[in-house]
Ligand binder design. Structure first.
Ligand code: AMP
Ligand code: FE
Ligand code: FE
Ligand code: ZN
Length: 271
């Protein structure tokens, strides 16, 4: 039976509402589903509700944007207590920082001759966790770009003229924040940082797992992630990073991960 440990809803930058995510998971025969929105758990109650009458386990989860050695790293947290007031406050601050960053991105776009309003970006988001994909969609809607991919290629990508980094939580603080709400932390898509010595320094932190199966990972990345995870005794996870059925998407439940991994995550979460 397929499971899904990495996907995004409209609570952050996905295209499907939490209910649509659950319906899709049910249609695909998925048995466990973690909703891992960027810096928010706002979609979790709706997903739990939508799954209530069905044989689908929804795992309250999150994908935190952290920094490590001056660069952004994503950290997944599973089985988090999504109602914890301190945790919710932390996430609220992270989203405020996201909004501030959008203003900075818009300033940079202006410097290269593109006028886009904050409202135009907000219109592309139904949740409060604003991100570059919403700016990209606004650029497409205003005919500045032909596609979201092009918007990233020309302006918003990590080396583009409108790129603004994020520097809020350190990876250590992210791991601690997840642990404090009873969750299990996993380094997301380590292959995207293209620096395996750096990943090895990350994995020596008290993190619980590492994402091995991810659409951005080539075979060599999976091998390296698996080897590192094995060497340091970490849980090996994976997911599709589903953001919705448009463009070049990867379907939910297509990674190699099984219920055995969910059981491992749960074991670590309860101790
Ligand atoms: P942010 O959290 O605002 O930095 O945006 C990161 C998100 O942008 C990722 O989670 C992806 O959903 C999306 N993204 C990053 N790079 C690209 C790209 N080249 N094309 C399309 N979407 C991208
Ligand atoms: Fe995303
Ligand atoms: Fe990510
Ligand atoms: Zn993701």
């Amino acid at each position: 039976m397929p499971i899904e440990l990495h996907c995004h809803s409209t609570a952050s930058d996905g295209d499907c509402t939490p209910t649509e995510i659950v319906d899709r998971a049910l249609a695909l025969g998925i048995t466990s589903l973690a909703l891992t929105d960027h810096d928010t758990v706002d979609g979790v109650p709706e997903a739990l509700d939508a799954a209530r009458e069905h044989s689908l386990r929804v795992i309250p989860a999150v994908e935190l944007s952290c920094h490590f050695e001056g660069r952004e790293v994503h950290l997944l947290g599973y089985f988090v207590e999504h109602r914890d007031p301190d945790f919710l406050e932390l996430l609220k601050q992270m989203r405020a920082e996201r909004r501030e960053r959008i203003h900075q991105i818009l300033e940079k776009l202006k410097a290269v001759g593109i006028e886009l309003s904050f409202e135009a970006v907000e219109e592309q988001a139904s949740g409060k966790a604003l991100g570059r994909p919403h700016v990209a969609r606004a650029l497409v809607a205003a005919d500045h770009c032909e596609s979201v991919g092009q918007a990233f290629d020309i302006y918003l990508g990590n080396h583009g003229p409108a790129y603004v980094g994020r520097n809020q939580l350190s990876l250590e603080e992210g791991i601690e924040a997840i642990r404090k709400v009873g969750g299990v932390s996993v380094i997301a898509h380590p292959g995207t940082c293209r620096d395996w010595p750096r990943v090895e320094r990350m994995i020596q932190l008290p993190v619980d797992g590492i994402e091995v199966w991810h659409p951005s990972h080539k075979k060599a990345d999976r091998k390296r992630a698996k080897r590192l995870g094995g060497r340091y005794g970490k849980i090996l996870t994976g997911g599709s990073d589903f953001h919705g059925p448009r463009g070049d998407y990867h379907e939910m439940g297509t990674s190699q991960v099984t219920e055995r991994v969910v059981a491992r995550l749960r074991e670590v979460a309860v101790v």
